[in-house]
Ligand binder design. Sequence first.
Ligand SMILES: NC(=O)C1=CN([C@@H]2O[C@H](COP(=O)(O)OP(=O)(O)OC[C@H]3O[C@@H](n4cnc5c(N)ncnc54)[C@H](OP(=O)(O)O)[C@@H]3O)[C@@H](O)[C@H]2O)C=CC1
Ligand SMILES: CC(C)(CO)C(=O)C(=O)O
Length: 328
Amino acid sequence: MSSPDSSTSKPRVLLFGAGSIGTVYLYLLSKVATVTAVCRSNYDVVKEKGFIINSAIFGDDIHFQPAVVRNCTEAATSSSEPFDYIVVCSKVFPNTIPDIIKPAVTPNHTTIVLIQNGIGIEDEYVEAFPTNPIISTVVYMPVAQRPAGVITHGDIELLEVGNYPSTSNSPQAANFTKLIESAGGTAKLYDDIQFKRWFKVILNVAWNPVCALSLSTDVDFMLSSPNATDFVLDVMLEVADVAAAYGHQFSKEDVQFQLDRAKVRIQSKKGIEPSMLQDVKEGRKMEVEAIVGNVLKKAKAKGVRCDRVATIYFLANALDAHVNPRDS
Ligand SMILES: NC(=O)C1=CN([C@@H]2O[C@H](COP(=O)(O)OP(=O)(O)OC[C@H]3O[C@@H](n4cnc5c(N)ncnc54)[C@H](OP(=O)(O)O)[C@@H]3O)[C@@H](O)[C@H]2O)C=CC1
Ligand SMILES: CC(C)(CO)C(=O)C(=O)O
């Protein structure tokens, strides 16, 4: 298998999911790689004017114009050489994306990088692409796209990176970590990225649906009633119990640390809009299964009781059925 790092030419990167997260990483990667974005609803505006990124970390009013294509077939036919990386930053809707990205994935060559929330999201890629390295990542980066082509990024950027499965000895997770670092991003390599994935999903199961259901930022939710923050902590602790059943132990202090990421912003009253709240506001489908449903399934499989998570799951599903006007 050829490695982009072994050649003197720049790696070729295709972004699938040119939304909030993907655009910031493609912008960084454009400093060290040849980049192309698959755009859908923002195709016309990005093709004409490129993206504008306003970032508390990387600077304001950054104009970024990558090569743009409408789909992965066009990406494959317009590139004379195979893509070294396909970076998947779409929302996670189980069993949909592998077929869509297939035209741009060269067997035995293209590394598939998943920059997405959720748990248990990787196996469908292993099944569809048995000869391609898979990288699983966890991202901490509050970011939104509003209007199309304009990205607003807050003051956190962290990408935790590992091979999938964790037992793989592929060099690609290390190579990608170095690539992001050389581009000015913050990337950390882990032998067991699943531990970090569980730690992140503790936060997402609680905040994403709770903020979406209450149409509140995280800070607004905490300020909405005296015990609102305790409720969020209790949800997080339920998820930690599920993680423990799978061998990932998090103490109450660890869980409190995840909650504190939001609590520190209470004083400034500057809450963030988790991605599910953004989805509700924009009428987009939410990642209910990947983030909440998969945790619940795993809880049931091990007999772990999590009543709050189950309640949130039913409510979030009902909300999703109402806000999502289209197939995705
Ligand atoms: N936003 C945030 O603050 C954070 C998000 N995350 C996670 O990162 C991942 C990405 O989230 P985010 O960037 O917010 O998502 P966005 O909704 O902003 O972007 C997803 C992009 O994927 C595109 N897309 C989906 N399906 C297709 C398709 N078939 N063809 C072409 N394009 C497609 C969408 O296009 P279209 O506009 O046409 O629908 C959209 O541009 C998620 O897993 C999320 O949970 C993690 C941390 C923070
Ligand atoms: C809560 C947050 C912003 C953390 O990065 C996130 O993961 C999301 O919005 O989905």
